[in-house]
Design a protein around this ligand. Structure first.
Ligand code: FUB
Length: 339
């Protein structure tokens, strides 16, 4: 752990909710927050956004992040600590460029940080790094996880102890280049399937007991409409784009994701971590900024959504993480948030 800095929480109002939907820290830019409760404390694993000379384009070259800082809080609304650099590209042996949205997990005394990064051939892979502390420093494995691809790993441990990783994102996330099962660099930058073809889905696999490898070949996650049919690629208010997250509530699996170019966070439910998942509705309407990315976590019996927008900078590649309460109807439906 390098220099930790703390930020006081905004004072709560009489409803105790003033801290909600405010940037959690203001001295660095952060995005893509994956939140977890480890040993009763809240840890947030975000991307660390930086200013860049790279052009703004649909491949996301302007998201040129180089390291991770982990944040922690004792409670929602409590003071936020930035634990300094936890992992740097220069310490990852296979690194090319762009450290995008990470996630973390804990098992048997070790913390695991899962991260998307382009390798030296400019192909996104998922790497894993380990630490004895939830805030790092993390030591990266010498190679990316074999069989991993694309971006935005989200790791879910079920009540039976089995752990699964979801991954994928189209356009800059390169999922469209894996349509044959092999990486196809010749696929034009962002070519999705045609609008009447089935949309590309995220990928997933169970992890091995040591949490370092995929235990099986990646499978595509099926996301179905209420009519039981997979979404078409042209249906861009429903089809998967990036930023998947899995949580379990009352025995049901909720897979949520960003629709990308329509800027929604939406969710689908199923009865197995493997899916299929059936579309249910919008979790969050568009935020300020192009990207929208979230995590959902239970803290002290209440559910929260961590997300980002561009309130502090007004620039789509310089984002700030936030948290707000996630509310459900008695039958488990998620109420839409207008951020
Ligand atoms: O932060 C870089 C990328 O932007 C993430 O990987 C995506 O989910 C989007 O938020």
């Amino acid at each position: 752990e390098t220099a930790a800095t703390t930020t006081a929480a905004p004072a709560a109002d009489s409803t105790g909710s003033k801290y909600l939907a405010q940037p959690l820290i203001k001295d660095i830019y952060t995005a893509d927050p994956s939140a977890h409760v480890f040993n009763g404390k809240i840890y947030i694993y975000p991307s660390h956004d930086i200013e860049t000379e790279m052009p703004e384009n649909d491949n996301g070259d302007h998201f040129a992040m180089r390291d991770y800082h982990i944040l922690s809080m004792d409670s929602i609304g409590g003071k936020v600590t930035d634990h300094g650099v936890a992992l740097d590209t220069k310490d990852i042996p296979w690194a090319g460029r762009q450290l995008w949205a990470p996630d973390a997990a804990y098992k048997n005394g070790t913390y695991y940080l899962y991260f998307p990064l382009k390798d030296k051939q400019d192909v996104f892979r998922i790497g894993v790094a380990t630490s004895k502390s939830p805030t790092g420093p993390f030591k990266a494995q010498p190679q990316p996880m074999a069989g991993s691809l694309s971006i935005d790993p989200a790791v879910f441990t079920d009540t039976d102890g089995k752990t699964y990783m979801y991954m994928g994102g189209i356009w800059g996330g390169q999922l469209q280049r894996w349509r044959t099962g092999q990486y196809d660099a010749s696929n034009p930058k962002m070519q999705e399937p045609g609008p009447k073809e089935t949309a590309l889905g995220p990928k997933m696999a169970r992890l091995t007991d040591d949490m370092l490898r995929l235990a099986e070949p990646v499978k595509e996650v099926q996301i179905l409409g209420q009519d039981g049919k997979p979404f078409l690629s042209g249906d861009n208010t429903h089809r998967f784009f990036e930023g998947g997250w899995l949580h379990k509530y009352n025995g049901k699996y909720y897979f949520s994701y960003s629709t990308g170019d329509t800027h929604l966070l939406v969710y689908a439910t199923g009865t197995s971590p493997y899916g299929p998942f059936t579309y249910q509705g919008v979790i969050m309407n568009p935020v300020e900024g192009w990207t929208t990315h979230h995590s959902i976590v239970e803290v002290g019996g209440k559910w929260y959504i961590f997300y980002h927008d561009t309130q502090l900078s007004g620039k789509t590649w310089l984002r700030n993480v936030k948290v707000t309460e996630l509310k459900r109807t008695p039958d488990g439906r998620i109420e839409t948030i207008n951020p």
